[in-house]
Design a protein around this ligand. Structure first.
Ligand code: NDP
Length: 290
């Protein structure tokens, strides 16, 4: 059976990995990239280089975008927008839910059906079992192309609202970047006291596992809108956050991250949540800082 042809626009590390996975699965792939040289290796491996964006759009019904953001999508597709009519555009570029919804309306105005997606794994895991992507947009469009999209990663359709994939994706990115930065901050702190990264590693892993233990309790409190402080209060957590800040300051480290945390916890106490649980901070986070 001949495999569905795919056009892939955007050949950063992610787009290149996607092209390779599609080629390996036997899909004909047409590629285009602003910097044409990035297609050279892929063409040697069997991809077809489109001379123009319009040619790339004309080559296949299914068009996957792997660009830095939505501004890049408009920069690439606006000049060739007439060729979007009848295409299925799957935009796997990261951006905000609002941008995703506006992009879907823009694509519809040009006659394209449109899915958004947020890839949850690094480029090297594309095509590997256990990798996943959040999708959203019309379910019939998703189902029609699901088999091809699952060559890239497992496909998790979150709903018809085109913003939803980015809601889930940016939620995970919020956790990812804050967690990874916290681990770097911890490494800087132990390193300032002569503890090596390898010596600290088992405790870093333990910290990550401890976070998972707390998640169901956080979800329960947030869902109920009740934050009982019987196992520990926000006032205690605020004092702890101050200790972490002072430890960073005493070690001569950058204090951006611990200072932000201490300020946030302090705000929670100032707003009357001191006797409640740490989870009451969600009430503070739900509104912009004054
Ligand atoms: P890069 O930013 O390295 O490359 C993205 C592509 O966007 C390149 O082809 C680049 O073209 C193109 N581009 C950017 N701006 C413009 C513009 N103004 N006009 C035309 N083309 C433009 O990203 P990645 O490949 O690493 O990732 C792609 C997407 O996937 C991003 O949204 C990223 O957040 C997401 N993602 C990436 C992961 C990863 O591990 N890399 C993991 C999960 C998600 P050129 O080559 O000419 O610069």
């Amino acid at each position: 059976m001949s495999r569905q042809g795919v056009t892939l626009i955007g050949l950063g590390p992610m787009g290149q990995a996607m092209v390779r996975a599609l080629l390996a699965a036997g899909h004909p792939v047409t590629v285009w990239n602003r910097t044409p040289g990035k297609a050279d290796g892929l063409v040697a491996e069997g991809a077809v280089r489109a001379a123009t964006v319009a040619d790339a759009l004309a080559a296949n019904e299914l068009v996957v975008l792997s660009l830095t953001d939505y501004a890049a999508m408009y920069a690439v597709l606006e000049p060739a927008a007439a060729a979007l009519d009848g295409r299925v555009v799957v935009n796997l570029s990261s951006d905000t839910p609002e941008q995703a919804r506006a992009g879907a309306e823009w694509a519809a105005r040009h006659g394209a059906r449109y899915l958004t997606g947020g890839v949850q794994v690094p480029a090297r895991l594309i095509g590997q079992p256990g990798s996943a992507t959040f999708y959203s947009g019309p379910e019939d469009v998703f189902e029609a192309h699901r088999a091809t999209l699952e060559v890239l990663t497992e496909a998790d359709h979150r709903g018809a609202d085109p913003g939803l994939s980015q809601v889930y994706y940016q939620a995970l990115m919020t956790v990812f970047w804050t967690t990874m930065t916290a681990h770097l901050q911890a490494q800087a702190l132990v390193g300032a006291h002569g503890v090596t990264a390898a010596e600290y590693l088992p405790y870093a892993v333990q910290a990550a596992e401890t976070a998972a233990y707390f998640l169901p309790g956080i979800a329960k409190d947030v869902e109920a809108g009740r934050y009982p402080g019987d196992e520990g209060t926000l006032a205690m957590c605020a004092a702890s956050a101050e200790h972490a800040l002072h430890a960073a300051r005493d070690a001569g480290l950058d204090t951006t991250v611990p200072a932000a945390l201490a300020a946030l916890f302090g705000r929670g106490v100032a707003e009357g949540h001191g006797a409640e649980s740490f989870t009451s901070l969600v009430e503070v986070l739900r509104k912009p800082a004054a």
